[in-house]
Design a protein around this ligand. Structure first.
Ligand SMILES: [Zn+2]
Length: 110
């Protein structure tokens, strides 16, 4: 397989994976889902004795600043899933961009 055919094949593979990932769901969320342990502030709560509450936050950059948004328990699974999907799509898109550039440059150099 030639150098160009190699990149052509990469392009098709990545494009297929990207289409599959996008077709899985409408829901994507940009940001990192992070679990943090926190104190609720109630003086007689178990968290004051070391059993902290575990809560999900969405960490993302907004206008150059990192924002942390609390995610209610009932949305945790959806947010973890949708942020993972966004990251996979972004990685595939970056891969597609690199493969496209390498394919074009390889063609030009022939
Ligand atoms: Zn508490």
């Amino acid at each position: 397989m030639s150098y160009i055919q190699n990149w052509e094949s990469s392009l098709h593979k990545i494009h297929k994976a990207l289409r599959r990932e996008i077709a899985l769901s409408l829901e994507v969320i940009r940001g990192s889902a992070v679990f943090l342990n926190r104190l609720c502030g109630k003086s007689n709560c178990r968290c004051m004795k070391g059993h902290k509450h575990r809560s999900l936050y969405l960490s993302r950059s907004l206008k150059g600043k990192t924002s942390m948004r609390y995610i209610p328990h009932k949305y945790e699974d959806k947010v973890v899933e949708a942020s993972g999907r966004y990251r996979r799509i972004q990685n595939l898109l970056n891969g597609l961009s690199e493969a496209t550039l390498k394919k074009l440059i390889a063609k030009k150099d022939q």
